[in-house]
Design a binder for this molecule. Structure first.
Ligand code: ACO
Length: 457
């Protein structure tokens, strides 16, 4: 039996008088060993101590971390039990870009570490890539879509401003009627989402949460602008976070935001401030604009610090981190963050050379590869860090639980697409295209008798 809200508070008060009451946190153990129960007029509850601070601490924990299961109170952790990725087939190398832009492979490799990136085909969308990554994560976890309790999609390049892409993903997966939302926090969006998923698990609201980081930035890039077009790539990564009573998942996190630097990385038009218009297109306001130097300075200032803070908050040191999986934005930025946090080169996972900066998809794609390659293993402690538009940043220390699929199982799933997978993907993308064409036809020329249908959906 899992209790929430008032029922939980009642049970907590009753349980204070039971000898079989079990608590697992040191704070609580000392709280329960304290004086005999006293009635607090202020709170209206019995408690072991009259001190309001202890009571506040107790209720905070009650609200966020515990379930009372009969007589036993258990802390819930979010274990990553499944992972998957999708990267488009089309590879665009630096040499290819150098043929149409005033740039070179040497410049791009030296300044960023990028050698090639994946670019989505015309019929691919954020939702189709997210669904492909999510299906893989579900298979690795051994779950079906209907086992999920919540879907969080981190992206800044959704299919449409509205409806939220998370609902399209939920529908395409067949995860009927469950909650789904899109989280927009630029490149750190995946870390923000993972931390959010952890809260849903810890509170007892959900047992299985699907977290996806996905981006299709190539559609928002001016391919004649060498300062941005060489940096980005498309792709998706996903994880399944499952409730566990063993300490694992996000051990500590740091989330940050500084809106004063908003203009340094901005897609000016398409939102409500500058709606899409002919003028906006003519002025190129539909493309991502970036002040690379400022973003670089910001990233090297905050990333190492955030990483150190998260490691310290987890009560660990750099020696305890088995693998550092950073946002793959720039090899020099990654190096600087690792150096500041005291993490040696061998502990840093880098795949920027093959994918470029895939923004919110960057960490889950890298995590997926690290799992497949056996570089991240059961029981390992990982550190994530990311920065991006906003300006925003996030760091997390994550412990992998014991329940992990063997590396070769996920590798097999990822590397051996069979005829059935291809047929399924073709069918899905054809259906998506038909649906999209139908919408365009209906939105552009809604007949009187069709209008009701259109808005009713
Ligand atoms: N090829 C060749 N030359 C170039 C290119 C290119 N692709 N791009 C810029 N240059 C030129 C510049 O015009 C400049 O020339 P100049 O000296 O004649 O004026 C010269 O190279 C040096 O330019 P800088 O901008 O000073 O180069 P820098 O070493 O700072 O590298 C870079 C630029 C790679 C963009 C770097 O600033 C960077 O990585 N910044 C962070 C960007 C980032 O990670 N953004 C993503 C944020 S995440 C998100 O939310 C999407």
């Amino acid at each position: 039996m899992t209790l929430h809200g008032e029922a939980l508070s009642r049970e907590w008060n009753r349980s204070l008088f039971r000898s079989s009451f079990v608590v697992k946190t040191p704070d609580f153990r000392s709280l329960c060993k304290a004086e005999k129960p006293v009635f607090s007029k202020k709170t209206g509850f019995f408690s072991r101590v009259s001190d309001t601070e202890c009571f506040a601490k107790r209720t905070r924990c009650l609200g966020s971390k515990f379930d009372i299961l009969g007589d036993t109170m258990t802390q819930r952790y979010g274990n990553i039990i499944g992972w998957g990725k999708y990267t488009p087939k089309r590879v665009v190398t630096n040499h290819e870009l150098a043929q149409r832009l005033d740039t070179s492979d040497e410049w791009i490799v030296a300044r960023t570490g990028i050698r090639e990136r994946r670019i989505a085909a015309a019929d691919e969308t954020v939702s189709s890539m997210a669904v492909a990554a999510a299906r893989e994560a579900l298979t690795v976890a051994g779950l079906r879509a209907r086992d999920l309790g919540l879907i969080i999609v981190a992206t800044s390049s959704p299919d449409h401003l509205t409806p939220p892409v998370s609902s399209q993903v939920q529908h395409a997966l067949g995860a009927k009627d469950i909650g789904a939302f899109t989280l927009v926090a630029a490149c750190p969006g995946f870390v923000y989402s993972l931390v959010t998923a952890q809260q849903f698990i810890a509170s007892g609201a959900c047992d299985n949460v699907l977290v996806i980081g996905v981006e299709l930035i190539s559609r928002f890039i001016d391919w004649d602008d060498r300062t941005t077009s060489v940096l980005f790539g498309d792709g998706a990564g996903a994880v399944i976070v499952q409730a566990s009573d063993k300490p694992c998942g996000v051990l500590a996190h740091v989330l940050g935001s500084d809106g004063s630097g908003a203009e340094h990385l901005i897609l000016p038009a398409g939102g409500s401030a500058i709606p899409a218009s002919h003028e906006a297109l003519v002025d190129g306001l539909n493309y991502l604009r970036m002040n690379g130097n400022e973003v670089f300075k910001f990233a090297t200032r905050v990333l190492g610090k955030a990483l150190q803070q998260a490691i310290a908050k987890a009560g660990l040191t750099a020696d305890d981190i088995d693998l550092f999986i950073p946002h793959q934005a720039n090899a020099r930025i990654i190096e600087s963050a690792a150096r500041q946090a005291g993490l040696p080169h061998e502990k840093v996972f880098v795949n920027i050379d093959r994918y470029g900066n895939t923004s919110a998809a960057s960490i889950p794609i890298a995590l997926s590869e690290a799992m497949e390659q056996g570089r991240a293993k059961a029981g390992d402690t990982l550190a994530f860090v990311a920065f991006g538009a906003g300006l925003t940043w996030a760091a997390a220390v994550v412990k992998l639980g014991e329940r992990l699929a063997p590396a070769r199982v996920s590798q097999g799933l990822i590397q051996l697409p069979n005829w059935a997978t291809r047929l399924r993907d073709t069918a899905i993308s054809t259906m998506d295209r038909i649906r999209a064409l139908d919408w365009v036809r209906r939105v552009r020329r809604p007949h009187k008798h069709e209008r009701h249908d259109l808005y009713a959906r």
